[in-house]
Design a protein around this ligand. Sequence first.
Ligand SMILES: CC(=O)N[C@H]1[C@@H](OP(=O)(O)OP(=O)(O)OC[C@H]2O[C@@H](n3ccc(=O)[nH]c3=O)[C@H](O)[C@@H]2O)O[C@H](CO)[C@H](O)[C@@H]1O
Ligand SMILES: [Mn+2]
Length: 361
Amino acid sequence: MRLICLSHYTTYWDQIILHNIPEMLQKKTYYLLCLAMAGGGVLCWLVFLRYSSMSISEGLSWHQVHHQVVFNQRLQTKQAMLMEPVRTDVLTVTPWLAPIVWEGTFDPLLIDEAFSSYKLTIATTVFAVGKYIRFLHGFLESAEKHFMVGLNVSYFVFTDLPGDVPNVTLGVGRQLTVNKVPKFDRWQEISLRRMELIQTAIEEYIHQRAEYIFCLDVDMKFHGRVGPEALGKLVAAIHPWFYNLPRNQFTYERREISTAYIPQDQGDFYYQANIFGGAMEDVHRLTKTCRENLEMDKSVGVEAAWQEESHLNWYLWKNKPTKLLSPEYVWDDLRGPGAKEIKLVRFSSVIKNKAEVRENQ
Ligand SMILES: CC(=O)N[C@H]1[C@@H](OP(=O)(O)OP(=O)(O)OC[C@H]2O[C@@H](n3ccc(=O)[nH]c3=O)[C@H](O)[C@@H]2O)O[C@H](CO)[C@H](O)[C@@H]1O
Ligand SMILES: [Mn+2]
C-alpha cells in the first residue's frame, strides 16, 4: 500500500516536473536574476554607507578631516611624566574626556611638527558689518602674526562695505575673500544672522576650500599663538567672565519657551560665541541647528538672552565639544591682566564703545 502510494506520488511529481521543465528553467533564471539584483542592492547600500559618513543630507561631500597626526622621528621631545601633571591649578580634561587647552598642556613644536605634513586649510569667517569694519585691520594684522601660522588660511570676510576692507599683506598660503552681506537694522540681528550666513556659505563654497573652519568675532586681536593645537572636530572656548562660577549663574537662556532653554541645574561650561570651530561637517551641523532654533524662536516672538551665544551654549550642551579652549583663547581686554591661571593671553576682545559702534543700541 505504502509502495503504491509512493509510486503514485513519484509519478505525480514526475509528471509535474516533466510538463513544466521549460517553465521551471525560466523560473530558475528569474530567481538567479533576483538574487543577483538583491546582491547588487546590498553592495550599493554598503558603498553608500561608506561614503555617506563624508557627506551631508544635501549631498555635498566634504573633505575628509585628518584627526590622526604623524610625528617625525627627528623631533626630540621631553618625556611626559604620568605622575607629574603639567597643570594642577586648572581642569585640563572634561568629564567626557575632551582636552581643555591651556598654556603648558601641549608642546607647540611637537604640535607644529605633527601638523606640518598635512596641507590643511583653515577657513576663517569674520563679520565686519557697519561700523565694525574699523576692527578688521587690527584683527587681520594680528591674525597674520599668530593665527594658524604655517597652515593655509582662507579668510572669508562678510561685510556690507567691500570697498572698505583694509589691504593687509598676507603670508604664503593665506588668502582673503570678501562676501557682501546686507546690513540689518539691529546689532542683535547682525550678530545672530551670522549662523544662517555661515551655514549657507559652507554649503555654497567654503566646504570645497578647507578642512577646518573657525568662526571669529571681529572686535578682537591676537596676542599669542593660536595654532593647530586648537583644531578638533567640534571646538569651543570657555567664556572669560564665567569660568569660576557655578552653573546656575551662567547666563544661559532660562525661559522654557525658547529652544535655547537650559535648566538651572544643567550645563557644563559657559562658552563664548566669539570663537568656535571644528571640522567642516560638524560646524555645518552646528550652524544649521542654531539657525533653525533661532528661526523657531523668532516665529514665537522670542529672542534668547544672548542671541546666538545662547543657542551655541544649548547646542554644545546637547553635543559635547571634542576640544575646549581655555579662556586664554577668548580673553577680554576689559578684564585686564592679572588672573594667575591665565599664563598667556592669545586672543582677546578689544575694548569698544558699544553705544557708538552698535546699530540701534
Ligand atoms: C560680554 C558680552 O556682552 N558678550 C555678548 C556680546 O558679545 P560682543 O560684545 O562680543 O558682541 P559684538 O558686538 O562683538 O557682536 C558680535 C560680532 O558680530 C559682528 N557685528 C556685530 C554688530 C555689528 O553692527 N556689526 C558686526 O559686524 C562682529 O563680527 C562682532 O564681532 O554680544 C553677543 C551678541 O550675540 C553675545 O551675546 C555675547 O555674549
Ligand atoms: Mn565681540
